[in-house]
Design a protein around this ligand. Structure first.
Ligand code: MSP
Length: 473
């Protein structure tokens, strides 16, 4: 299909309720999805929940619920919070969907029939938090640094293995050579380099089944084992399209995710796809992590920030702005309540909110009529903001737009429209209104609700004052 754009978030584990980390990726993906809709592409935006595996089963047990009941409850939290943040996904996939389970089995069976799966014995250390095997060198004080609250398990069992090592030379070529038929982009560059150097250092085959994890999808030819949760989860990107009869959106234009799950998305997934002869994603975009006041976010530290709290304090668009402007592009990004509130007041209550109120008031007092005009900002021109959005540099795009806002504020101070009359006043105000319409057009992917309000307010011919867009906190 021409002019299509398929974008995904990771499917989040239901062992946890939504937090600001999930919100970061989901809001960023929504901004990209909206941007591509605005430039006239047909967009399919997928998100969902990852519901199988030992970690989820353990969390259900702690709550005294059956795994399925537990998943139903927690998945709902994710499904319901995103629309409240003005996130417009096209489909929400759950891996306990029977259709997904069937498709996952079909894919595994295909890989098996291609001769890429064999039986072997695995002995190793397993981190249930990551749901993956780790090595001694990954550990700090015998614990996984990402999940210090989980005991590392020694596991030894007969598993099925995927011949990942066989695909390594192909993957290296595919990443390095833009002309290669399998070429895909890993962004940003630092993450591409990281993947390449790991691939070049040598890669083992991957254990893709579990003998002791009953909460999973059975291996079709050997029901005593279940499919390794990660391998099954990746297949969601395919099954979601099949379930919706939207296969023509394949392959993904961007898989959005953070650095913790880079390897699965930039190596394992592509090897699986080559094995089943499907086109590879065009780009894997990897962001870094939020730190909360310089610390890792964790339940035990009690510093977890939830989307519900953000929403209550800053509203949907306020939250989206704070997320996008602190987006951890290539490095971890430090966030926290104090910083957020300061930024909200400075940039939204004062910056954008104040500028819009100021110009609307001047227009209202002037009684001037303004020509009606619809601004299709991203369709009509490709400037710096488009370029930055193409690279997912949300923070820089907002800095660019806010420089425009500040420039306009200064211009008002300098030209003093309140001292002007007649033609001179009309000229100044028409220019200001035009610039506000441009700024508003540029802000559409970021602030969908607010830009709709501003668009109505500044549609012409008469422009009036309205309630403040972002009340000061
Ligand atoms: N279920 C797997 C993904 C399977 S996709 C086929 C998983 N789930 S998760 O719930 O742990 O989500 C991980 C993702 O949540 C990260 O890749 C990132 O998108 C987001 N974040 C989690 N914590 C984060 C921060 N502290 N900061 C920013 N994003 C983070 O992994």
């Amino acid at each position: 299909m021409k002019n299509k754009f398929y974008v995904t978030t990771p499917i989040y584990y239901v062992n946890d309720v939504p937090h600001i980390g999930h919100t970061c990726t989901t809001v960023a993906t929504d901004i990209i999805a909206r941007y591509h809709r605005l430039i006239g592409e047909k967009v399919f935006f997928l998100t969902g929940t990852d519901e199988h595996g030992a970690k989820v089963a353990e969390a259900a047990q702690e709550k005294g619920l059956s795994p399925q009941k537990f998943c139903d409850q927690v998945s709902k939290n994710f499904q319901e919070i995103w629309p409240k943040l003005n996130v417009e996904y096209d489909y929400f996939i759950r891996t306990t969907n029977l259709k997904h389970e069937k498709i996952a089995q079909e894919i595994i069976e295909k890989i098996y029939k291609n001769g890429d799966i064999y039986k072997g014995k695995y002995e190793g250390l397993y981190c249930i938090g990551c749901e993956k095997f780790v090595t001694e060198t990954d550990l700090v004080d015998n614990r996984c640094p990402l999940h210090p609250n989980k005991e590392i398990q020694k596991q030894s069992e007969e598993n099925y293995f995927f011949k990942l090592s066989k695909y390594v030379p192909l993957l290296i070529k595919a990443i390095e050579d833009p002309k290669n038929k399998y070429h895909y982009k890993i962004s940003p560059l630092s993450k591409r380099e990281e993947v390449l150097s790991k691939l070049k250092a040598g890669v083992d085959d991957l254990s893709i089944s579990r003998a002791n994890v009953p909460w999973g999808i059975p291996i079709p030819w050997d029901k005593s084992q279940t499919i390794y949760v990660w391998v099954e989860a990746l297949i969601n990107y395919l099954s979601a399209l099949k379930i919706n009869k939207k296969e023509d959106f394949w392959p993904a234009n961007i898989h959005f995710l953070a650095k913790d799950i880079l390897w699965f998305h930039a190596v394992i997934w592509e090897a699986m796809l080559i094995s089943v002869k499907l086109p590879l994603p065009k780009e894997v975009f990897v962001h870094s992590f939020y730190m909360i006041d310089s610390q890792k976010m964790s339940k035990s530290l009690g510093n977890v920030i939830s989307p519900q709290e953000l929403l209550k304090k800053y509203g949907a668009d306020g939250t989206r702005y704070l997320i996008a402007s602190s987006f951890p592009y290539d490095n971890d990004s430090d966030v926290g309540w104090e910083r957020f509130t300061e930024k909200y007041n400075a940039d939204l209550a004062n910056g954008l909110g104040n500028l819009v109120a100021r110009v609307a008031k001047l227009c209202e007092n002037s009684q001037i009529t303004f020509p009606k005009k619809q601004v299709d900002f991203y369709k009509s021109h490709r400037g710096e903001t488009s370029r930055l959005l193409d690279e997912c540099k949300f923070n820089e795009a907002l800095i660019y737009i806010w420089n425009h806002i500040r420039r306009l504020d200064k211009e008002i101070d300098k030209t003093k429209p309140w001292e002007k009359k007649g033609k001179a006043l009309e000229e100044i105000l028409k220019k200001l209104v035009n610039e506000i319409r441009q700024i508003n057009g540029a802000l559409k992917p970021f602030l969908p609700e607010t830009t709709e309000k501003i668009e109505k307010q500044f549609a012409g011919p008469k422009i009036k004052s309205e309630k403040p867009l972002f009340p000061r906190i």
